[in-house]
Ligand binder design. Structure first.
Ligand SMILES: [Zn+2]
Length: 293
């Protein structure tokens, strides 16, 4: 028989760290959990502890030591493991490139839209005999986005509120032709990791926000083509700012009530009749669906 896993289930705040953020030193009373989900293992052990007197869970998206490429991230296991811990509010940090002159390296962006250019990723928890169509017209939680913006301003971090994040497959950066097309389409930032993370967080009924940290001008700007050194130096410079921001947000986040629609995303979205769902699929998804079917 499989050993029952032991972990807390009352951790309402989750943080996913992107490139450059593999740890948040300010988290106290840390315990690490190696969680196995029906979708496999998350990127790494999840660190659980206290930040500003609130319980938080932290997961580095690429693993500690940055060994998982964007295509190979097990996004489903990451989100499911955080859901198992009880996460309702998820702050996701993503390094990204800028597609606009006015969005400068080291600025922060809180995108409100996404354009999907990924190719090899499983985009849903719902398969294997169950069909679910959630609304994805607003991919991020607007309440949480507004709160994050408020504290970016308070900390004097230059932040762009809104914008479209084009998510490419990678791991290579874009060609100039691609970068110019994205600019013509009016997109604002470019990265490799907000999808399917945002879709899965929504299916898991979490309030989710991406904090985009600009590291470069992608490749469209003549004489400013992305270099790895530049990306890394901007990432390091920004890591401290983003950790400060995370602390401030958590201090001021009210985790006792959720007034947005995120918590009811699956209501009326599951199309399959309960008697048609096989036992294994139901068991795997019970955590997400049992309040509805
Ligand atoms: Zn929400």
């Amino acid at each position: 028989m499989k050993k029952k896993q032991k972990f807390p289930t009352d951790i309402k705040i989750g943080i996913i760290g992107g490139s450059g953020i593999y740890n948040i030193e300010a988290i106290k009373h840390v315990k690490e959990y190696d969680i196995i989900t029906p979708f496999g293992k998350p990127s790494d052990k999840i660190l659980v502890g206290e930040l500003e007197n609130k319980k938080v869970a932290f997961l580095p998206r690429h693993g500690r030591g940055h060994f998982i490429s964007p295509t190979e991230i097990n996004f489903r296991a990451n989100i499911y493991a955080l859901k198992l811990l009880g996460v309702e509010f998820l702050l996701s940090i993503s390094a990204c490139g800028s597609l606009k002159e006015e969005i400068k390296p080291r600025d922060f962006v809180l995108p409100d839209q996404i354009y999907d250019r990924t190719k090899f990723r499983i985009q849903t928890f719902f398969q294997g005999g169950i069909v679910c169509h959630i609304s994805f017209s607003e991919p991020y939680c607007n309440n949480l986005r507004k709160l994050v913006y408020e504290y970016c301003k308070k900390l004097n971090i230059t932040t762009h509120f809104g914008g479209t994040y084009v998510c490419i497959e990678g791991p290579q950066f874009s060609t100039k032709a691609e970068s110019n097309v994205y600019r013509m389409l009016g997109f604002d930032i470019i990265g490799m990791t907000t999808l399917p993370e945002a879709k899965l967080a929504k299916e898991a009924e979490m309030c989710y926000v991406t904090i985009g940290i600009v590291t470069d001008y992608d490749v469209w700007k003549e004489g400013n083509e992305v270099t790895i050194n530049e990306v890394i130096s901007n990432l390091n410079a920004n890591a401290e700012n983003s950790k400060k921001l995370i602390k401030t947000i958590i201090k001021n986040l009210d985790i006792t009530t959720r007034i947005c629609e995120c918590k009811d995303t699956l209501k009326n979205a599951i199309f399959t009749k309960k008697e048609k769902i096989n036992k294994k699929t139901y068991k795997n998804l019970k955590l997400l669906i049992e309040k509805y079917i």
